[in-house]
Write a protein that binds this ligand. Structure first.
Ligand SMILES: *[C@@H]1O[C@H](CO)[C@@H](O)[C@H](O)[C@H]1NC(C)=O
Ligand SMILES: *[C@@H]1O[C@H](CO)[C@@H](O)[C@H](O)[C@H]1NC(C)=O
Length: 441
Protein backbone atom coordinates (compact mmCIF):
# COMPACT_ATOMS: atom_id res chain seq x y z
CA UNK A 1 0.00 0.00 0.00
CA UNK A 2 2.79 2.36 1.01
CA UNK A 3 4.52 1.47 -2.15
CA UNK A 4 1.52 2.18 -4.33
CA UNK A 5 0.91 5.54 -2.69
CA UNK A 6 4.50 6.36 -3.34
CA UNK A 7 4.16 5.28 -6.94
CA UNK A 8 1.00 7.28 -7.25
CA UNK A 9 2.77 10.31 -5.91
CA UNK A 10 5.73 9.96 -8.22
CA UNK A 11 3.31 9.57 -11.08
CA UNK A 12 1.50 12.72 -10.14
CA UNK A 13 4.74 14.64 -10.07
CA UNK A 14 5.50 13.10 -13.43
CA UNK A 15 2.17 14.20 -14.83
CA UNK A 16 2.73 17.73 -13.74
CA UNK A 17 6.21 17.89 -15.13
CA UNK A 18 4.98 16.49 -18.36
CA UNK A 19 2.26 19.07 -18.35
CA UNK A 20 4.75 21.77 -17.79
CA UNK A 21 6.94 20.72 -20.63
CA UNK A 22 4.07 20.07 -22.96
CA UNK A 23 2.97 23.58 -22.25
CA UNK A 24 6.45 24.84 -22.81
CA UNK A 25 6.62 23.16 -26.17
CA UNK A 26 3.16 23.94 -27.36
CA UNK A 27 3.81 27.16 -29.21
CA UNK A 28 6.19 25.44 -31.62
CA UNK A 29 3.77 22.67 -32.45
CA UNK A 30 0.93 25.07 -32.76
CA UNK A 31 2.99 27.19 -35.03
CA UNK A 32 3.54 24.25 -37.34
CA UNK A 33 -0.15 23.42 -37.45
CA UNK A 34 -1.40 26.91 -37.91
CA UNK A 35 -2.94 27.90 -41.18
CA UNK A 36 -1.58 30.77 -43.22
CA UNK A 37 -3.57 33.51 -41.62
CA UNK A 38 -2.61 32.96 -38.04
CA UNK A 39 0.88 32.01 -39.12
CA UNK A 40 1.26 35.51 -40.40
CA UNK A 41 0.06 36.88 -37.14
CA UNK A 42 2.88 35.10 -35.38
CA UNK A 43 5.34 37.18 -37.30
CA UNK A 44 3.68 40.22 -35.94
CA UNK A 45 5.67 41.45 -32.96
CA UNK A 46 2.42 41.39 -31.01
CA UNK A 47 0.49 38.32 -32.09
CA UNK A 48 -2.43 39.04 -29.79
CA UNK A 49 -4.95 37.16 -31.89
CA UNK A 50 -3.00 33.98 -31.44
CA UNK A 51 -3.66 33.96 -27.80
CA UNK A 52 -7.09 32.50 -27.85
CA UNK A 53 -6.16 29.98 -30.50
CA UNK A 54 -3.21 28.83 -28.50
CA UNK A 55 -5.21 28.45 -25.35
CA UNK A 56 -8.19 26.80 -26.91
CA UNK A 57 -6.08 24.39 -28.87
CA UNK A 58 -4.40 23.32 -25.72
CA UNK A 59 -7.68 23.28 -23.86
CA UNK A 60 -9.20 20.71 -26.20
CA UNK A 61 -7.22 18.09 -24.36
CA UNK A 62 -8.72 18.79 -21.00
CA UNK A 63 -12.11 20.08 -22.02
CA UNK A 64 -13.54 16.62 -21.67
CA UNK A 65 -13.11 16.83 -17.93
CA UNK A 66 -16.19 17.66 -15.91
CA UNK A 67 -17.12 21.32 -15.78
CA UNK A 68 -17.35 22.67 -12.26
CA UNK A 69 -19.36 25.51 -10.82
CA UNK A 70 -16.44 27.66 -9.78
CA UNK A 71 -12.82 28.09 -10.83
CA UNK A 72 -10.48 29.83 -8.45
CA UNK A 73 -7.67 31.41 -10.46
CA UNK A 74 -4.30 32.38 -9.04
CA UNK A 75 -1.29 33.69 -10.88
CA UNK A 76 1.99 33.61 -9.05
CA UNK A 77 5.54 34.74 -9.69
CA UNK A 78 8.75 34.32 -7.78
CA UNK A 79 8.82 36.63 -4.79
CA UNK A 80 10.65 37.20 -1.58
CA UNK A 81 8.31 34.99 0.36
CA UNK A 82 8.35 31.68 -1.48
CA UNK A 83 5.76 30.00 0.66
CA UNK A 84 2.86 32.41 0.24
CA UNK A 85 1.39 30.55 -2.73
CA UNK A 86 1.59 27.28 -0.80
CA UNK A 87 -0.10 28.81 2.24
CA UNK A 88 -2.79 30.20 -0.01
CA UNK A 89 -3.51 26.75 -1.46
CA UNK A 90 -3.40 25.13 1.97
CA UNK A 91 -5.89 27.68 3.28
CA UNK A 92 -8.12 27.19 0.23
CA UNK A 93 -8.39 23.42 0.54
CA UNK A 94 -8.56 23.46 4.33
CA UNK A 95 -11.60 25.71 4.51
CA UNK A 96 -13.61 24.03 1.77
CA UNK A 97 -15.58 20.90 2.52
CA UNK A 98 -15.46 17.72 0.40
CA UNK A 99 -18.84 18.64 -1.05
CA UNK A 100 -17.64 22.11 -1.95
CA UNK A 101 -14.48 20.77 -3.53
CA UNK A 102 -16.62 18.81 -5.99
CA UNK A 103 -17.82 22.11 -7.42
CA UNK A 104 -14.40 23.66 -7.46
CA UNK A 105 -11.45 23.81 -9.84
CA UNK A 106 -8.30 25.56 -8.77
CA UNK A 107 -6.15 26.92 -11.56
CA UNK A 108 -2.65 28.11 -10.77
CA UNK A 109 -0.62 29.97 -13.33
CA UNK A 110 3.07 29.72 -12.47
CA UNK A 111 4.01 32.86 -14.31
CA UNK A 112 7.73 32.99 -13.90
CA UNK A 113 10.27 31.92 -16.48
CA UNK A 114 12.89 30.84 -13.94
CA UNK A 115 13.06 27.09 -14.51
CA UNK A 116 14.49 26.31 -11.10
CA UNK A 117 11.68 28.16 -9.41
CA UNK A 118 9.13 26.44 -11.64
CA UNK A 119 10.50 23.01 -10.90
CA UNK A 120 10.70 23.57 -7.17
CA UNK A 121 7.27 25.12 -6.95
CA UNK A 122 5.71 22.32 -8.96
CA UNK A 123 7.45 19.77 -6.76
CA UNK A 124 6.24 21.47 -3.57
CA UNK A 125 2.68 21.78 -4.78
CA UNK A 126 2.62 18.20 -6.02
CA UNK A 127 3.88 16.86 -2.74
CA UNK A 128 1.23 18.74 -0.78
CA UNK A 129 -1.73 18.33 -3.09
CA UNK A 130 -1.29 15.13 -5.07
CA UNK A 131 -4.89 13.93 -4.32
CA UNK A 132 -6.32 17.18 -5.68
CA UNK A 133 -4.05 17.04 -8.73
CA UNK A 134 -5.03 13.46 -9.51
CA UNK A 135 -8.72 14.32 -9.18
CA UNK A 136 -8.24 17.18 -11.61
CA UNK A 137 -9.25 19.70 -8.96
CA UNK A 138 -5.93 21.46 -9.04
CA UNK A 139 -4.43 22.46 -12.36
CA UNK A 140 -1.10 24.13 -12.91
CA UNK A 141 -0.23 25.96 -16.08
CA UNK A 142 2.73 27.88 -17.34
CA UNK A 143 2.65 30.21 -20.30
CA UNK A 144 5.79 29.80 -22.36
CA UNK A 145 7.68 33.03 -22.73
CA UNK A 146 7.10 33.24 -26.47
CA UNK A 147 3.37 33.28 -25.83
CA UNK A 148 4.03 36.65 -24.22
CA UNK A 149 3.62 39.00 -27.12
CA UNK A 150 5.50 41.78 -25.45
CA UNK A 151 7.74 40.25 -22.92
CA UNK A 152 10.85 41.59 -24.60
CA UNK A 153 9.57 45.08 -24.97
CA UNK A 154 8.45 44.93 -21.37
CA UNK A 155 11.93 43.92 -20.39
CA UNK A 156 13.64 46.48 -22.58
CA UNK A 157 11.65 49.48 -21.64
CA UNK A 158 12.50 50.53 -18.14
CA UNK A 159 9.18 52.21 -17.59
CA UNK A 160 7.55 52.08 -14.22
CA UNK A 161 4.58 50.06 -15.35
CA UNK A 162 6.85 47.11 -15.99
CA UNK A 163 5.60 45.07 -13.10
CA UNK A 164 1.93 45.49 -13.75
CA UNK A 165 2.33 45.01 -17.48
CA UNK A 166 3.60 41.51 -16.95
CA UNK A 167 1.00 40.93 -14.27
CA UNK A 168 -1.77 41.93 -16.67
CA UNK A 169 -0.52 39.54 -19.34
CA UNK A 170 -0.09 36.75 -16.77
CA UNK A 171 -3.71 37.17 -15.79
CA UNK A 172 -4.94 37.38 -19.36
CA UNK A 173 -3.45 33.95 -19.90
CA UNK A 174 -4.95 32.64 -16.67
CA UNK A 175 -8.42 33.89 -17.59
CA UNK A 176 -8.26 32.74 -21.15
CA UNK A 177 -7.38 29.26 -19.94
CA UNK A 178 -10.12 29.25 -17.31
CA UNK A 179 -12.94 30.12 -19.68
CA UNK A 180 -14.37 26.68 -20.23
CA UNK A 181 -13.56 25.17 -16.86
CA UNK A 182 -16.63 26.38 -15.01
CA UNK A 183 -19.57 28.76 -14.85
CA UNK A 184 -17.95 31.30 -12.57
CA UNK A 185 -14.40 32.50 -12.09
CA UNK A 186 -12.98 33.84 -8.87
CA UNK A 187 -9.75 35.80 -9.06
CA UNK A 188 -7.49 35.49 -6.03
CA UNK A 189 -4.06 36.88 -5.23
CA UNK A 190 -1.29 34.47 -4.33
CA UNK A 191 -1.11 35.56 -0.70
CA UNK A 192 -4.68 35.10 0.47
CA UNK A 193 -6.73 33.76 3.34
CA UNK A 194 -10.07 32.12 2.71
CA UNK A 195 -13.11 32.28 4.98
CA UNK A 196 -14.53 28.87 5.90
CA UNK A 197 -16.97 27.52 3.31
CA UNK A 198 -16.43 30.43 0.97
CA UNK A 199 -17.79 28.40 -1.96
CA UNK A 200 -21.15 28.02 -0.23
CA UNK A 201 -21.24 31.71 0.66
CA UNK A 202 -20.47 32.75 -2.89
CA UNK A 203 -23.04 30.29 -4.19
CA UNK A 204 -25.81 31.71 -2.05
CA UNK A 205 -24.77 35.25 -2.92
CA UNK A 206 -24.90 34.45 -6.62
CA UNK A 207 -28.34 32.91 -6.13
CA UNK A 208 -29.68 35.99 -4.41
CA UNK A 209 -28.31 38.09 -7.29
CA UNK A 210 -30.13 35.98 -9.90
CA UNK A 211 -32.68 38.65 -10.76
CA UNK A 212 -30.11 41.45 -11.08
CA UNK A 213 -27.53 41.40 -13.80
CA UNK A 214 -23.96 41.81 -12.70
CA UNK A 215 -20.49 41.66 -14.19
CA UNK A 216 -18.33 41.68 -11.11
CA UNK A 217 -19.02 40.72 -7.49
CA UNK A 218 -16.33 41.72 -5.02
CA UNK A 219 -15.71 39.62 -1.94
CA UNK A 220 -12.80 41.77 -0.79
CA UNK A 221 -11.90 45.41 -1.27
CA UNK A 222 -8.20 44.81 -1.75
CA UNK A 223 -6.47 44.92 -5.12
CA UNK A 224 -7.81 42.21 -7.39
CA UNK A 225 -8.42 39.77 -4.56
CA UNK A 226 -11.80 38.03 -4.39
CA UNK A 227 -13.31 39.24 -7.67
CA UNK A 228 -16.02 37.02 -9.13
CA UNK A 229 -16.79 36.97 -12.87
CA UNK A 230 -19.05 34.98 -15.16
CA UNK A 231 -16.69 32.66 -17.00
CA UNK A 232 -18.42 33.59 -20.24
CA UNK A 233 -16.94 37.11 -19.88
CA UNK A 234 -13.39 35.86 -19.54
CA UNK A 235 -12.36 35.81 -23.22
CA UNK A 236 -13.41 39.43 -23.51
CA UNK A 237 -11.66 40.37 -20.29
CA UNK A 238 -8.48 38.57 -21.35
CA UNK A 239 -8.58 40.42 -24.63
CA UNK A 240 -9.17 43.70 -22.85
CA UNK A 241 -6.18 43.08 -20.58
CA UNK A 242 -3.99 42.34 -23.58
CA UNK A 243 -5.04 45.52 -25.30
CA UNK A 244 -4.40 47.79 -22.33
CA UNK A 245 -1.86 45.88 -20.31
CA UNK A 246 0.60 48.77 -20.35
CA UNK A 247 -1.88 51.41 -19.34
CA UNK A 248 -2.92 50.55 -15.81
CA UNK A 249 -2.54 48.04 -13.02
CA UNK A 250 -4.79 45.00 -13.09
CA UNK A 251 -7.29 46.17 -10.47
CA UNK A 252 -8.01 49.42 -12.35
CA UNK A 253 -8.35 47.57 -15.64
CA UNK A 254 -10.87 45.28 -13.97
CA UNK A 255 -12.94 48.25 -12.78
CA UNK A 256 -12.84 49.70 -16.30
CA UNK A 257 -13.97 46.40 -17.69
CA UNK A 258 -16.90 46.32 -15.25
CA UNK A 259 -17.98 49.77 -16.39
CA UNK A 260 -17.58 48.86 -20.04
CA UNK A 261 -20.02 46.03 -19.50
CA UNK A 262 -22.30 48.60 -17.88
CA UNK A 263 -22.19 47.67 -14.26
CA UNK A 264 -21.78 51.19 -13.02
CA UNK A 265 -20.95 50.77 -9.38
CA UNK A 266 -19.02 48.08 -7.58
CA UNK A 267 -21.00 45.43 -5.72
CA UNK A 268 -19.17 44.73 -2.49
CA UNK A 269 -20.35 41.53 -0.81
CA UNK A 270 -19.87 41.65 2.94
CA UNK A 271 -18.62 40.18 5.09
CA UNK A 272 -15.52 39.81 2.97
CA UNK A 273 -14.44 36.23 2.37
CA UNK A 274 -10.83 36.86 1.46
CA UNK A 275 -8.03 38.67 3.10
CA UNK A 276 -4.40 39.27 2.37
CA UNK A 277 -1.78 37.44 4.33
CA UNK A 278 0.88 39.74 5.69
CA UNK A 279 3.89 39.57 3.45
CA UNK A 280 6.87 40.09 5.70
CA UNK A 281 8.89 41.65 2.93
CA UNK A 282 6.37 44.16 1.71
CA UNK A 283 4.19 45.00 4.67
CA UNK A 284 4.63 48.68 5.28
CA UNK A 285 3.74 48.88 8.95
CA UNK A 286 7.33 48.60 10.12
CA UNK A 287 6.67 47.87 13.73
CA UNK A 288 4.39 45.00 12.96
CA UNK A 289 6.61 43.56 10.28
CA UNK A 290 9.51 43.58 12.70
CA UNK A 291 7.37 42.08 15.41
CA UNK A 292 6.30 39.23 13.17
CA UNK A 293 9.75 38.54 11.82
CA UNK A 294 11.15 38.18 15.27
CA UNK A 295 8.19 36.20 16.44
CA UNK A 296 10.16 34.42 19.12
CA UNK A 297 11.98 37.45 20.44
CA UNK A 298 10.00 40.68 20.34
CA UNK A 299 6.76 39.60 18.75
CA UNK A 300 3.41 39.10 20.45
CA UNK A 301 2.92 35.62 21.80
CA UNK A 302 -0.78 35.47 22.76
CA UNK A 303 -0.82 32.92 25.60
CA UNK A 304 -3.55 30.26 25.23
CA UNK A 305 -7.02 31.47 26.07
CA UNK A 306 -10.66 31.47 25.01
CA UNK A 307 -12.58 34.32 23.39
CA UNK A 308 -16.11 35.34 24.36
CA UNK A 309 -18.33 38.08 23.02
CA UNK A 310 -21.88 39.37 23.10
CA UNK A 311 -21.47 41.00 19.70
CA UNK A 312 -23.31 39.49 16.74
CA UNK A 313 -21.44 36.52 15.34
CA UNK A 314 -21.66 35.63 11.67
CA UNK A 315 -20.73 32.20 10.41
CA UNK A 316 -17.81 33.53 8.44
CA UNK A 317 -15.41 35.35 10.73
CA UNK A 318 -15.40 34.03 14.26
CA UNK A 319 -14.51 35.85 17.50
CA UNK A 320 -11.43 33.70 18.10
CA UNK A 321 -10.01 34.95 14.82
CA UNK A 322 -9.33 38.24 16.59
CA UNK A 323 -6.93 36.42 18.91
CA UNK A 324 -4.78 34.61 16.36
CA UNK A 325 -1.34 35.78 15.29
CA UNK A 326 -2.17 35.57 11.61
CA UNK A 327 -4.17 38.04 9.56
CA UNK A 328 -7.60 36.51 10.13
CA UNK A 329 -10.11 38.76 11.88
CA UNK A 330 -13.52 38.90 13.54
CA UNK A 331 -16.33 40.59 11.63
CA UNK A 332 -19.48 41.85 13.35
CA UNK A 333 -21.97 44.71 13.01
CA UNK A 334 -24.41 47.08 14.73
CA UNK A 335 -22.80 47.45 18.14
CA UNK A 336 -24.40 48.76 21.31
CA UNK A 337 -22.72 50.48 24.23
CA UNK A 338 -21.35 47.86 26.59
CA UNK A 339 -20.77 45.15 23.98
CA UNK A 340 -17.50 43.39 24.62
CA UNK A 341 -15.01 40.93 23.24
CA UNK A 342 -13.09 39.23 26.03
CA UNK A 343 -10.05 36.98 25.97
CA UNK A 344 -9.90 34.76 29.06
CA UNK A 345 -6.42 33.32 29.47
CA UNK A 346 -6.06 29.70 30.53
CA UNK A 347 -3.49 30.80 33.13
CA UNK A 348 -2.82 34.25 34.60
CA UNK A 349 0.03 35.94 32.71
CA UNK A 350 2.38 38.86 33.28
CA UNK A 351 1.85 41.14 30.32
CA UNK A 352 4.24 43.81 29.08
CA UNK A 353 2.28 45.11 26.11
CA UNK A 354 -1.22 44.96 24.62
CA UNK A 355 -2.19 45.91 21.08
CA UNK A 356 -5.75 46.01 19.74
CA UNK A 357 -6.37 46.91 16.10
CA UNK A 358 -9.76 47.33 14.47
CA UNK A 359 -10.66 48.43 10.94
CA UNK A 360 -9.38 47.42 7.53
CA UNK A 361 -5.68 47.77 6.71
CA UNK A 362 -6.28 49.68 3.52
CA UNK A 363 -8.57 52.51 4.43
CA UNK A 364 -9.29 52.04 8.13
CA UNK A 365 -13.00 51.53 7.52
CA UNK A 366 -15.03 49.33 9.86
CA UNK A 367 -13.00 50.50 12.85
CA UNK A 368 -14.42 50.77 16.35
CA UNK A 369 -14.96 54.48 16.88
CA UNK A 370 -15.35 54.52 20.65
CA UNK A 371 -13.94 51.76 22.75
CA UNK A 372 -11.55 50.91 25.52
CA UNK A 373 -9.30 48.08 26.57
CA UNK A 374 -9.42 46.68 30.08
CA UNK A 375 -7.34 44.10 31.93
CA UNK A 376 -9.13 41.67 34.24
CA UNK A 377 -8.02 39.74 37.30
CA UNK A 378 -9.13 37.13 39.80
CA UNK A 379 -11.14 34.78 37.63
CA UNK A 380 -14.02 32.87 39.17
CA UNK A 381 -16.85 30.55 38.28
CA UNK A 382 -17.71 28.20 35.47
CA UNK A 383 -17.45 29.41 32.78
CA UNK A 384 -14.73 31.62 34.14
CA UNK A 385 -15.09 35.36 34.32
CA UNK A 386 -12.84 38.03 35.83
CA UNK A 387 -14.12 39.69 38.97
CA UNK A 388 -12.17 42.94 38.72
CA UNK A 389 -11.08 45.08 35.79
CA UNK A 390 -8.74 48.01 35.29
CA UNK A 391 -8.79 50.42 32.35
CA UNK A 392 -5.66 50.12 30.22
CA UNK A 393 -6.46 52.62 27.49
CA UNK A 394 -8.89 54.05 24.96
CA UNK A 395 -8.91 53.30 21.27
CA UNK A 396 -7.75 56.11 19.00
CA UNK A 397 -8.78 55.79 15.38
CA UNK A 398 -9.76 52.24 16.13
CA UNK A 399 -6.43 51.22 17.63
CA UNK A 400 -4.61 50.93 20.92
CA UNK A 401 -1.04 49.85 21.49
CA UNK A 402 0.39 50.17 24.99
CA UNK A 403 3.35 49.01 26.94
CA UNK A 404 2.36 48.37 30.51
CA UNK A 405 4.55 50.43 32.83
CA UNK A 406 2.61 50.10 36.06
CA UNK A 407 4.08 46.90 37.41
CA UNK A 408 1.09 45.75 39.42
CA UNK A 409 -1.21 46.25 36.48
CA UNK A 410 0.50 43.82 34.13
CA UNK A 411 0.87 41.03 36.70
CA UNK A 412 -1.46 38.03 36.93
CA UNK A 413 -3.72 39.20 34.14
CA UNK A 414 -6.48 36.71 33.37
CA UNK A 415 -8.68 38.71 31.00
CA UNK A 416 -8.20 41.26 28.24
CA UNK A 417 -11.45 42.91 27.27
CA UNK A 418 -12.38 45.27 24.46
CA UNK A 419 -15.46 47.26 25.48
CA UNK A 420 -17.65 49.35 23.17
CA UNK A 421 -18.30 52.75 24.76
CA UNK A 422 -20.70 54.13 22.14
CA UNK A 423 -23.15 52.31 19.89
CA UNK A 424 -22.18 52.09 16.25
CA UNK A 425 -24.17 51.00 13.20
CA UNK A 426 -22.67 49.06 10.31
CA UNK A 427 -19.81 46.63 10.06
CA UNK A 428 -16.93 46.26 12.46
CA UNK A 429 -13.68 44.44 11.83
CA UNK A 430 -11.64 43.44 14.87
CA UNK A 431 -8.33 42.58 13.29
CA UNK A 432 -6.41 41.43 16.29
CA UNK A 433 -5.67 41.49 19.97
CA UNK A 434 -1.96 40.92 20.48
CA UNK A 435 -0.48 40.23 23.90
CA UNK A 436 3.17 40.26 24.91
CA UNK A 437 4.17 38.29 27.98
CA UNK A 438 6.99 39.56 30.16
CA UNK A 439 10.23 37.62 29.77
CA UNK A 440 8.67 35.41 27.18
CA UNK A 441 11.17 33.66 24.97
C1 LIG B 1 -27.91 47.23 11.26
O1 LIG B 1 -28.82 48.26 11.61
C2 LIG B 1 -29.41 48.89 10.50
C3 LIG B 1 -30.27 50.06 10.99
O2 LIG B 1 -30.26 50.18 12.35
C4 LIG B 1 -30.25 47.87 9.74
O3 LIG B 1 -30.84 48.48 8.62
C5 LIG B 1 -29.35 46.73 9.30
O4 LIG B 1 -30.11 45.73 8.68
C6 LIG B 1 -28.60 46.15 10.47
N1 LIG B 1 -27.64 45.20 9.96
C7 LIG B 1 -27.60 43.94 10.31
C8 LIG B 1 -26.68 43.08 9.53
O5 LIG B 1 -28.26 43.47 11.22
C1 LIG C 1 4.53 37.14 37.30
O1 LIG C 1 5.32 38.00 38.11
C2 LIG C 1 5.26 37.66 39.49
C3 LIG C 1 6.01 38.74 40.27
O2 LIG C 1 7.29 38.95 39.72
C4 LIG C 1 5.85 36.28 39.69
O3 LIG C 1 5.78 35.91 41.05
C5 LIG C 1 5.05 35.28 38.85
O4 LIG C 1 5.64 34.01 38.91
C6 LIG C 1 5.01 35.73 37.40
N1 LIG C 1 4.08 34.85 36.70
C7 LIG C 1 4.35 34.32 35.51
C8 LIG C 1 3.28 33.47 34.92
O5 LIG C 1 5.42 34.49 34.96
Amino acid sequence: MRCSIRKCFIQSVGIVFLWLFITLKIPKETEDDQNEASYNSRKDPRPLEDWQNLTFKYMEKIQKRRKTWLTVGISSVQQGDRSSLLYTLVSLFRVSSKAEQKHLTVLVHLADSDLTWLRETVAHISSLFSPQILKGQLLMIHAPSDAYPTVDSVRDEAFCGEFYSKQNVDHAFLMSFATKLSDYFLLIEDNAFFAPNFVTHIHSRVNTMKSNSWVLLEFSNMGFLGKLFHSRDLPLLAHFLLLFYKEKPLDSLISHFRMLLVQESPILCKPFLFYRRVSYTTFDHKQKATALQKKNADGPNNPPGAVFTDMQVSDVHFPWEAYTLDESFFWTHNLSTGNHLTVILNHPANLSRVQVITGSIVDGRYALEKGQVELGYEPEGVPQHCTSFALLGHLLEGQMDQEIYLKGMGYHVSCVRLVVTAGQAGGLMIRHIYLWEKNHK
